[in-house]
Design a protein around this ligand. Sequence first.
Ligand code: SAM
Length: 478
Amino acid sequence: MVKKGKMIQLPEAFENRMKIQLGQDYPNFFQALLEDPPQSIRINPNKTNPPSLLPSVRSCHTGYYLPERPMYTLDPCFHAGAYYVQEASSMFLEQLVSPHVRKGLKVLDLCAAPGGKSTHLSSLLSEDCLLVSNEVIRSRATILSENLRKWGNVNTVVTCNDPRDFTRMSGFFDIILVDAPCSGEGLFRRDPEAIQEWSEANTALCTQRQRRILADIWPALAEGGILIYSTCTYNPEENEGNIAWLKENMDAVPAVPLLTVEKGIEVTDALGIPCYRFYPHKVKGEGFFATAVAKQSSTDRLASFKGKSFFQPAGKQQRALVKDLLIDPGYFIFQFEEELIAWPQMLQNDLESIKANLRIIQAGVKIGSLVHQQILPAHELAVSSVINRAYFPEEKISLPDALRYLKKEDFQPVSNQKGWHLVTYKGIPLGWMKHLGNRINGQYPKEWRIRMSIDAYIGERLRQENGKFPFPAGADFY
Ligand code: SAM
């Protein structure tokens, strides 16, 4: 739907180029920029069931469109990592990754913050696969880490490294995703700031940066491995141009099998490598570009780690303390400072290799800290897929109380049993609370709390009959 009176002022050079690029389709493209962007989410299959009434995003089995944008802040399930708000075109990643998914893969998401594609990859990989999710900018790596902790899977490491640091990981990864920093032309409809920042000089700068990133990361890809390259921009230099450059300079070949794609996605060619383009007038999503190439050149694989272990395994007594807290007693448990951390046993050596070569800022799932020979459970455990839910008493709370809990305000608990409780909303864990008898101590992390005033909305919710708030009627989400 076009918003009444909506205007958009595009940079002249961009407009001229797009007129040539799209020909007679240009007016349709321009018209689409005046429309409201479609709203979409990708659910976390470990936490919630597929919604029954929402239309699906065709390229992604966990992607759904919403009829309008809700206030996500007012949905406790959003804070619990039950879904990720992500525009639909970029969910096409699933089509490029799925043909290559098998047991024991080592996957790198090189430019990962804030975590849209990493949470998606995490859902596509089984627990015996490794996901290294990297972001070079420290502050953005913190947001990435928050989103992955909420997503809750145990086999993920968050690193904060420059692409060139990965040359130390020769041939280590079977799949590498480079969702490159770009000139962002595909985001003009959503983000008017992207228009202000656009210039021809900046697209040239982005192209050079993307080539540097590709050259830096190519040695870390295993022989026969797959590199997926994506941007959210339209100009050929940052897209097909870079893929042609990769073919000529790095011996990249098309990844097989070749995809059959749905109507509306444009297939282009970069020296024989098929590339996929998304335009807002042709698909229900934003501008996007993606392709997958394979590496045929021979590459030495980093030898398995043989040095002294960086991770002190938990002792017998500590293991006994955490045994009942975890769904599977077979995890590698190690101690880092006061914390006990769970990590998949079969990925232990990989974690050592990563620690030896990269800057880790988070790995696995924090189980809790050791205090006076007891475990104080960590928030990450509550929202993870490794928790043994049967072990903890559950406090099932209503929407108003869930919002109070997430805001770190008091609420009246239902149970009167003292001790640690897993706080859940619609069956999805939100975190811990400690029942002290006459009051409760909410344990939701202070830095993630809801900061906006919620009183007016709590009243609104109580007036609603259909229980869907903050989702619009008709969006039968849970
Ligand atoms: N993949 C992310 C997602 O789906 O949520 C979005 C990634 S965004 C398009 C590109 C990322 O690359 C940004 O987080 C940015 O900080 C990072 N970046 C910027 N300069 C970089 C560089 N020189 N090397 C690697 N990453 C860079």
